[in-house]
Design a protein around this ligand. Structure first.
Ligand SMILES: O=C(O)CCC(=O)C(=O)O
Ligand SMILES: [Fe+2]
Length: 344
């Protein structure tokens, strides 16, 4: 099934953040916040344009991403993803990770094997805060790629700055008295910066489902920000037509922002964590050669997560006597375990 972009299909809204930094203009800020919340309620995905991350910084982030994946395997393997799912850092080679919506039940080896019969043809490199010692970064040695660690460390915190804007806007748009309500649960150290490279693969392998890029899933973050190159292939489930997907067409420099499961629970389902996947690029010129090899695609998601011990308990403005809290409180660590353990 390919992405459908017919006239009646879901549109991913665009929210312009240009007035956000003018803290004097409260009306414009409120309007932006309300637009953002509306998009998160109806679609769960939104393009944010005119945010505070400058174009040259984003271009450089993609430059480093290309460079790191271009290294010989032997160099990439100087920072391998540690075995198992507990530490989610470093380089994951093609086939290591399998994205899935399957929840762990405890005895998972058979399920994991079955899921891997269709491998994800991608490699990734995961980075966190150096302060977060339970998730130790696995840095490629500086002599192999001088400047990579310094750039990515700075980029991680630049992303968090925009992330704070988004969390503040969401709190305002949700009518929370305390604008910092959501930010306070995030120190910033629990986030994850992920560099992704989708390798060239014959289109037919994806069409016949012998291989996948990134199967349909929801994120288990509170909020995800995604930067994508111009290849295309990201698809978002149409909320009014479950099972059908629309393309999240690349917009240069825009952040594709989406609600993760934790924010959906937190908001008592008022904000949607929408399923998404990466499949074939929609444009014909993204393929090469007789096998219609897909062009290599790069993307950079930034997952924001509350600190591991933070308790995700219904946001006060999202419940009422008529609409009591639907979910039991859960810690970030508890939810993460349920979801992450099937991936590695
Ligand atoms: O590469 C993309 O465009 C999406 C990746 C994604 O959904 C994820 O890593 O959770
Ligand atoms: Fe995702």
């Amino acid at each position: 099934m390919s992405a459908e972009d017919g006239p009646a299909s879901m549109k991913i809204p665009i929210v312009d953040f240009s007035s956000w930094n003018n803290t004097q203009d409260k009306t414009a800020r409120l309007r932006t916040a309300k637009e953002l919340v509306k998009a998160c309620q109806t679609v769960g995905f939104v393009y944010i344009i005119n945010h505070s991350l400058p174009e040259p910084v984003l271009d450089e982030a993609f430059e480093w991403t290309r460079r790191v994946f271009k290294l010989p395997m032997e160099d990439k393997m100087k920072a391998p993803h540690p075995p198992g799912w507990e530490v989610h850092r470093g380089y994951s080679w093609p086939g290591l990770e399998k994205v899935t919506q399957t929840i762990s039940t405890g005895d998972d080896e058979e399920t994991k094997k079955k899921l891997r019969e269709v491998p994800d043809v991608k490699e990734s490199y995961d980075i966190g805060s150096d302060v977060f010692t339970s998730q130790p970064n696995q840095w490629i040695p500086d002599e192999v790629l001088p400047g990579f660690r310094a750039f990515m460390t700075k980029f991680y915190w630049d992303c968090w700055k925009v992330g704070e804007d988004i969390l503040r806007a969401l709190a305002i748009g949700l009518n929370l008295e305390d604008e910092s309500y959501l930010i306070k649960k995030h120190s910033g150290h629990g986030n994850q910066l992920r560099l992704l490279s989708y390798l060239p693969v014959p289109a037919e392998d994806l069409e016949q489902e012998r291989a996948s890029r990134c199967p349909a899933h929801t994120d288990w973050s509170s909020v995800t920000m995604l930067f994508q190159d111009d290849c295309g292939g990201l698809e978002v489930e149409d909320v009014s037509r479950p099972g059908t997907f629309v393309s999240a067409t690349p917009i240069k420099n825009a952040i594709v922002m989406n609600v993760g499961d934790l924010l959906q629970r937190w908001s008592n389902d008022r904000l949607r964590s929408t399923s998404h996947r990466v499949r074939l690029p929609p444009l014909a010129d993204r393929y090469e050669g007789p096998n219609r090899m897909t062009r290599q695609r790069f993307s950079i998601p930034y997952f924001m997560s509350p600190d591991p011990d933070s308790v995700i308990d219904c946001i006060p403005s999202c419940m009422s006597e008529k609409e009591p809290a639907k979910y039991k409180p859960i810690t970030q660590a508890g939810y993460n375990k349920m979801r992450a353990s099937m991936h590695y």
